[in-house]
Write a protein that binds this ligand. Structure first.
Ligand code: C2E
Ligand code: MG
Ligand code: MG
Ligand code: MG
Length: 278
């Protein structure tokens, strides 16, 4: 193709790539500085029981404010943090801050359910991950049963045998595990049975077109049936409409997360919601 289009195209590609490389380097150095300055915030999104509308858990989602009131999406900077190794200090900050927050809510007599924290596989694979978890639990006074760790299906399935061993250790500590973005990562069913997990999270790409896409309906029902037969909890993310929610609830997925109930919010707003005053 490049050959057909001739030299100009080639020049265009290289300039475009140089631009991308510069942007990447700039992003990386901003990220490095922001980790030092702790320019991150945890946001929280409730997970709701769609039958009684109670909060059954909360997911932690990181936000990065670049110092100029710009919010950079985790979908942009988490991959850069992973490629540069910065996910290790950042991931530890996320774990510590999440644990401190859940301890505070419990101390205030609030019942937030489990706090789910997204963890990158690179962080999980570090040889000292388990000892860091133990250290942070001790340091913050967080009970392991207050926590849930989310790993994406595609990351888990990159190296399932190794992941089973790590997940077993986390499970032994008393921390729950869930598979995020389920349905997009080609799990083999035999592995799924061997992972010591509690929850499958139906990926939002299936939820999005639930009202008019027959395939997405079929996939969603299949995931719910799979969870049921493996005795796992199932939760749907990205639920934005009543129609999506009622399809999910009437097909057996009662746990709902999405804008229909609430967008991710700062800790003080989450606290108001927990107190029932929002
Ligand atoms: P995820 O863990 O699958 O999180 C769900 C994403 O969907 C979040 O995007 C959330 O804000 C968004 N969302 C929730 N409800 C709705 C809805 O009803 N409609 C739509 N359109 N979106 C909804 P966010 O916060 O931008 O995070 C994107 C991804 O970045 C996350 O996907 C996760 O993979 C990663 N991420 C976020 N926070 C962390 C973190 O603390 N650590 C790590 N390692 N990754 C994180
Ligand atoms: Mg998640
Ligand atoms: Mg997800
Ligand atoms: Mg995702």
């Amino acid at each position: 193709r490049a050959k057909e289009d001739g030299r100009n195209t080639y020049k265009f590609y290289t300039e475009d790539m140089t631009q991308k490389v510069f942007e990447r380097i700039a992003l990386e150095s901003k990220l490095r500085q922001s980790i030092k300055d702790e320019n991150f915030m945890l946001y929280f999104q409730p997970q709701i029981n769609g039958k009684d509308n109670r909060i059954m858990g909360i997911e932690t989602l990181i936000r990065w404010e670049d110092g100029h009131k710009n919010f950079i999406s985790p979908a942009t900077f988490i991959p850069v943090a992973e490629e540069t190794g910065l996910i290790i200090p950042l991931g530890q900050w996320i774990l510590r801050s999440g644990m401190q927050q859940i301890v505070k809510w419990h101390a205030d007599g609030l019942y937030p359910g489990r706090l789910a924290i997204n963890i990158s596989m690179l962080q999980l694979q570090k040889h000292d991950f388990i000892s860091i978890l133990e250290m942070l639990l001790e340091e913050t006074g967080c009970q392991p049963q207050w926590l849930e760790i989310e790993v994406t299906e595609s990351q888990i399935m990159k190296n399932p045998e190794q992941m089973i061993l790590i997940l077993q250790k986390i499970n032994k500590l008393g921390i729950s595990l869930s598979i995020d973005d389920f349905g997009t990562g080609y799990s083999s069913l035999s592995y799924l049975k061997r992972f010591p997990i509690d929850t499958l999270k139906i990926d939002q790409s299936f939820v999005k077109d639930l009202s008019d896409n027959e395939e997405d309906k079929a996939i969603t029902k299949a995931v719910i049936a799979l969870a049921e037969s493996l005795n796992l909890r199932v939760i749907a993310e990205g639920v934005e409409t009543e129609e999506q929610k009622s399809f999910l609830v009437s097909n057996g997925c009662i746990n709902i997360q999405g804008y229909l109930y609430a967008k991710p919010m700062p800790a003080d707003e989450m606290e108001k919601m927990l107190r029932g005053s929002l």
